[in-house]
Design a protein around this ligand. Structure first.
Ligand code: SAH
Length: 244
């Protein structure tokens, strides 16, 4: 009987894997991976490792969560080391908790390996600090595509909002935040494909986003709050240093 490791793969750059994730990937007999896990990271696996894609494409589930749970269970009966590899951190909108619960209920040995979440690393990679002395002392991480409506007014006192899976609903989110009383001039940034060579940052504000949302490619993290202005300043300073 094998063991299942629910492993965070980080935001994209293989150098942002944890050492433990790297070691487990090199040793794994089978890896079940999601859409956001890159080729370079999968190539760390040994040549005879079985790699099974269990992600979703075009927003459609190609495989249900129940099927993934059952596959994990079945593989754990056959293989020694089963890695369930998820983008970022497995417990930030990764359904890692559900898999852990299921496997535990089936008596399978499971270990969770934390990962570098895009919620924290996309802003950092773009030089946007989520907290900043005198500017922001609180952060919320929000699902922009939830299966139940979000009450955006409940974030009123929170300085920085980090929205994952929010690209499609970006205009609606901006409208709801404005309705909840946030400042129309409050800056917003999107960090696309963070920590990969295609990383791109788009700056806007709540008013513009609610009227004429800029084009944004997925995956992207949306950051709302005055820290975005600090990020813009830092980026321009870094830009001048680099070109000097
Ligand atoms: N468990 C993951 C999040 C899964 S939800 C984590 O901790 O990062 C998927 C969402 O994560 C995407 O819609 C996007 O908002 C964000 N995301 C993941 N990787 C990203 C990346 N490299 N750049 C920008 N956003 C990313």
């Amino acid at each position: 009987m094998g063991k299942v490791y629910i492993v965070g793969a980080g935001p994209g750059d293989p150098e942002l894997l944890t050492l433990r994730a790297h070691r487990l990937l090199s040793d794994a007999d089978v890896i079940l991976y999601d859409a956001l896990v890159g080729r370079e990271i999968l190539n760390i696996a040994k040549p005879n490792c079985l790699k099974v894609y269990v992600g979703k494409r075009d927003g459609r589930h190609s495989i249900s969560q129940e099927e993934i749970n059952e596959l994990l269970y079945k593989f754990s009966r056959v293989y020694d080391k089963v890695v369930r590899l998820k983008g970022g951190d497995p417990f930030i909108f990764g359904r890692g908790g559900e898999e852990l619960l299921y496997l535990k209920s089936m008596g399978v040995e499971v270990e969770v390996v934390p990962g570098v979440s895009s919620a924290l690393s996309a802003p950092a990679s773009a030089n946007i600090p989520l907290t900043h002395r005198g500017v922001s002392s609180s952060v919320a991480i929000v699902n922009g595509h939830p299966n139940r409506e979000i009450d955006w007014s409940s974030f009123r006192g929170i300085d920085t909002l980090v929205v994952l899976m929010g690209v499609k609903n970006r205009q609606k989110i901006a409208l709801q935040l404005l309705n909840s009383g946030r400042d129309p001039n409050e800056p917003v940034a999107f960090v696309e494909k963070a920590t990969t060579p295609e990383e791109r940052v788009i700056f806007t504000n709540l008013l513009e986003l609610s009227r004429e949302p800029p084009q944004v490619n997925t995956p992207a993290v949306m950051i709302i709050g005055p820290v975005v202005r600090v990020g813009e300043e830092l980026r321009s300073l870094l830009g001048t240093t680099l070109s000097a």
